[in-house]
Write a protein that binds this ligand. Structure first.
Ligand code: HEC
Length: 487
C-alpha cells in the first residue's frame, strides 16, 4: 500500500515536472486546455503504474531492478521511441527464458516504451547540477573560461547581433529593442513595430546587413498582429540611424495569420552570397502547414537582401508554391548558422517530446514534419511510428529527451582552440549550452556547458571572435572569455 502511494506521488511529480518543463513549447498548455490536461494527467498516472508493474514482473529479472539503472546503459539499439519499442518486441525473441514476448498484450509494448522514455527524461532533469557557481573560472572537458555579463535588465532576450562598431543589438521578446555599447547604459531603439507579445510570440530575431557600414540596414523578425487578435511571423528591414528605425519595409508577411501563439520560428541569417534566410515554425498547425508549399509556416525562406526573391529558389516555377521557400517540413526551427568555411547551413528545431533535431539544410529538401519524427506527443501517445521515408531528410543528430533547442552557433577563429568547428546549441528546457563535438560534419559527442544557467535563447559568435549567449528572466547577455593559462 505504502509503496503504491509513493509510486503514485512519484508518477504525478514526474508528469508535472515534464508538463512544467515543456510548458513554453507546448501548444496544449494554454489556459483553454487546462481541463483537458487534468484528464491526461490521470490517464498517465494509471499508465505509469501499469507499466511500472509490467517492468517489475517481466524485465527486472534480467535488466536492473529499477528502470533508472537500466536506462543508464550504453544503448545497443538506439533510444528513440521506435528503437526502444522495437527492442522490447524483437531483441528478446531468440532468448530462451523470455516468454513475455508471447504473453503480453500488444499495447503493453507501447506502454513500456513510454515508461522507459519518461523515466529517461526524468533522469536527465535530475542529473543536472543545481549547486553551480559561475562567478569564477569554469572548467569544461578541455577548456577553461570565465563569463562576462554584457547586457543586464532584460526579460527575454530573444536575439542578438553585432554592429561594425562592436555594439550589440538585442531584442527583448516584450517588444523592446536595445543597442548596448560595452560598459555603458543600454539605449532603447525607437520606431520598432507593434508586436504580438503572447505565448511564444513577440519581438524575435535581429540581423545586421553585412554592409551595414555603408547602408545602415538591419532586419528584425516578430509576431505581427492584425486587428482580429491573430498574428503571424513577419520580417521588417529598416535603417538604424541615431538609434531609430527609419525607411521601414516589411519583406515577409507570412500568411496565414492565426490566434495560435506557438511556433513562430524565426531566425535570420545571411549566407556568404548575401541571401537572407528566415525560419518559420508550423504555427502549431502541423497537419496543414509544414508539407503544403502554398503556405509560409513550417519552412525556411530565402530572400535577396532587398527583400526580393532570388531567381534560383527551388520552387520559383512550381504552381501555387510560395516562391521564397528554400526547404520545408519543419516544426519549429529556432537555430540557424552557416559554416563559414564550407557554406553548409546548419539548423536546429524543436520536436515534440523527444527528437529535437540538428539538420543540414539543403535546397528544396523536405525535413519530414509531421510525417516522420523521433518524438512522441506531450501526453505520451505516439503520433507517428515513422522515422524514415523516401524523399525526406534525416537529422544529423537528435536529442532524446528533447532539450527545447534554441539558438545555434559554430565555433570559429582562434579564441577557443579546443572547441573549433563544434556546434553550440542552446537548451531552453534544461537551461544549458550543448556543445556538439564535431568531426567534419559528424556529431561525435556532447558536452553540457553551464548547466542550469538559465533558459538559453540565443548563442552566437561575435565579429570580435568571442561567443555570446542570452538567458531569460533575469534576461542577460553573457560573453565566454577563455582563460589562457588555467588548463
Ligand atoms: C531473459 C532476460 C531478459 C528479459 C526478461 C528482458 N530482457 Fe531486455 N534485453 C536482454 C538482453 C540480453 C538484451 C540485449 C539484446 C541484444 O544484444 O540485442 C536486452 C535488450 C533490451 C533492450 C534494448 C537495449 C539497448 O541497449 O538498445 C530493451 C529496450 C529491453 N531489453 C527492454 C526490456 C523490457 C522492457 C523487458 C521487459 C518487458 C525486457 N527487456 C526483458 C535481456 C532481457
Amino acid at each position: 500500500m505504502k509503496k503504491s502511494i509513493v509510486l503514485f506521488v512519484f508518477a504525478a511529480f514526474t508528469f508535472l515536472t515534464l508538463m512544467n518543463a515543456c510548458k513554453n513549447e507546448n501548444p496544449t498548455a494554454s489556459t483553454d486546455d487546462l481541463a483537458e490536461m487534468t484528464e491526461e494527467e490521470e490517464d498517465i498516472d494509471e499508465q505509469y503504474l501499469y507499466a511500472d508493474n509490467l517492468y517489475k514482473e517481466n524485465c527486472a529479472s534480467c535488466h536492473e531492478k529499477t528502470v533508472t539503472k537500466f536506462i543508464q546503459r550504453e544503448w545497443l539499439h538506439g533510444n528513440s521511441w521506435n528503437e526502444v519499442n522495437r527492442s522490447i518486441r524483437y531483441a528478446h525473441t531468440f532468448m530462451e527464458k523470455v516468454d513475455f514476448v508471447k504473453t503480453l498484450p500488444d499495447s503493453a509494448f507501447n506502454k513500456l516504451t513510454d515508461y522507459i522514455l519518461v523515466r529517461l527524461e526524468q533522469e536527465t532533469i535530475e542529473s543536472f547540477a543545481t549547486d553551480m557557481d559561475y562567478s569564477g573560472t569554469i572548467q569544461s572537458d578541455n577548456f577553461a573560461f570565465t563569463l562576462d555579463t554584457i547586457v543586464k535588465g532584460l526579460e527575454i532576450p530573444w536575439g542578438i547581433d553585432f554592429l561594425p562598431s562592436g555594439d550589440i543589438l538585442v531584442t527583448d521578446r516584450n517588444g523592446n529593442f536595445y543597442r548596448q555599447k560595452e560598459g555603458e547604459e543600454k539605449v532603447l531603439i525607437k520606431g520598432t513595430p507593434k508586436v504580438h507579445y503572447e505565448g511564444q510570440g513577440g519581438l524575435l530575431d535581429v540581423k545586421v546587413h553585412p554592409d551595414f557600414a555603408t547602408n545602415q540596414t538591419i532586419y528584425i523578425s516578430y509576431s505581427k498582429p492584425n486587428n482580429k487578435k491573430e498574428a503571424n511571423t513577419a520580417v521588417m528591414m529598416a535603417k538604424l540611424v541615431n538609434d531609430e528605425l527609419t525607411d521601414k519595409k516589411i519583406i515577409m508577411d507570412a500568411k496565414p495569420y492565426t490566434t495560435l501563439k506557438y511556433h513562430f520560428g524565426s531566425r535570420l541569417e545571411f549566407d556568404k552570397e548575401g541571401h537572407l534566410y528566415v525560419t518559420i515554425g508550423d504555427r502549431a498547425n502541423r497537419d496543414e502547414n509544414p508539407q503544403d508549399l502554398s503556405k509560409y509556416p513550417g519552412k525556411i525562406h530565402r530572400f535577396n537582401a532587398d527583400g526580393s526573391i532570388p531567381t534560383d529558389n527551388p520552387f520559383i516555377d512550381s504552381t501555387g508554391a510560395i516562391p521564397s521557400i528554400w526547404s520545408y517540413g519543419h516544426r519549429n526551427p529556432q537555430g540557424l548558422v552557416f559554416d563559414k568555411a564550407t557554406g553548409t547551413m546548419w539548423e536546429s528545431e524543436h520536436a515534440p517530446r523527444g527528437g529535437d533535431e540538428i539538420n543540414i539544410i539543403r535546397k528544396g529538401a523536405n525535413y519530414g514534419w509531421n510525417e516522420i519524427s523521433y518524438g512522441i506527443n506531450y501526453n505520451g501517445t505516439v503520433f507517428t511510428n515513422t522515422t524514415h521515408k523516401d524523399g525526406m531528410e534525416q537529422p544529423e543528430f537528435y536529442y532524446m529527451p528533447s532539450t527545447g533547442t534554441c539558438g545555434l552557433a559554430m565555433v570559429t577563429g582562434e579564441k577557443y582552440p579546443a572547441w573549433t568547428g563544434d556546434l553550440l546549441a542552446g537548451s531552453l528546457r534544461f537551461k544549458y549550452i550543448s556543445r556538439l563535438k564535431m568531426e567534419g560534419q559528424k556529431v561525435v559527442g556532447e558536452e553540457r556547458l553551464l548547466e542550469n544557467i538559465g533558459r538559453l535563447r540565443d548563442v552566437k559568435m561575435g565579429d570580435d571572435g568571442y561567443i555570446y549567449f542570452t538567458v531569460e528572466n533575469p534576461g542577460l547577455v553573457f560573453r565566454i572569455m577563455p582563460v589562457q593559462d588555467a588548463i
